[in-house]
Design a protein around this ligand. Structure first.
Ligand code: TZP
Ligand code: MG
Length: 221
């Protein structure tokens, strides 16, 4: 998105439902195809998460993802603040062991979105105090996608975190079509389902499924 400013940032994040995180190792049709299909399906937030490519290849791919997202979806880069800056992404997503949030904020400025991974209520409260724009909470269920993710914390923890902070909470880890209802019913604003979407033959269809179910449950509650 081009015209992002500080006042629009929180309203943009209020609109997210299904959140696409890319994974080139798991993807059936490739990262760019996954982003294209998800955004065409109505996905409003994309995170470029790439662990195996050269910086040059990442900058090229990130630049293409930015073009696809354009003004249709928020575009964030996982971990790599240099790549985010190089392509003027909308922000970054970082973990507890990555660059400190305060440092990332200094480098990116207040208009950019910074998401932080948290595992419990205490980390979520600290994330809010440090100036995160949203938290990624997980792993909600056990997952094979991230080897060091630890055990699933269960969907009830979402409720606990939602009660403690005002920031949007994005649930991640082991989420699929069977268990996604419990994630939204327990208060998640948005969810990530990496393998459930990028391993499928039809990313467009799977994205649409998640968007529809998330919206349906949100309007019921
Ligand atoms: N962070 C916590 S769990 C996870 C990440 C990146 C992997 C989620 O992948 P999946 O396939 O949706 O379980
Ligand atoms: Mg990280």
């Amino acid at each position: 998105m081009n015209q992002k400013d500080f006042s629009r940032k929180s309203s943009l994040l209020k609109e997210i439902d299904f959140y696409l995180v890319t994974d080139s190792a798991l993807s059936k049709k490739g990262t760019l195809s996954d982003v294209r299909e998800a955004v065409e399906s109505g996905c409003k937030i994309v995170q470029y998460r790439e662990k195996d490519k050269s910086t040059r290849a990442m900058v090229e791919e990130a630049s293409e993802i930015k073009r696809i997202c354009n003004d249709r979806a928020i575009f964030l880069v996982n971990d790599r603040i240099d790549v985010a800056l190089a392509v003027d992404a909308d922000g970054i997503h970082i973990g507890q062991d990555d660059m400190p949030l305060e440092t990332a904020r200094r480098l990116l400025g207040r208009d950019k979105i910074i998401g932080l991974s948290v595992h419990d209520r205490e980390e979520a409260i600290l994330a809010e105090k440090a100036g995160a724009d949203y938290v990624g909470l997980g792993p909600i269920f056990d997952t094979a996608t991230k080897k060091d993710a630890g055990n699933g914390i269960g969907p009830l923890k979402i409720r606990e975190v939602k009660a403690a902070i005002k920031l949007p909470v994005v649930a991640i880890g082991g989420i699929n079509k069977e268990n996604c209802e419990s994630v939204i019913k327990n208060g998640a604003d948005s969810l990530v389902a990496i393998s459930a979407v990028v391993c499928s033959d039809d990313v467009k269809r799977e994205t649409k499924y998640f968007i529809d179910i998330i919206r349906k449950i949100k309007t019921q509650s």
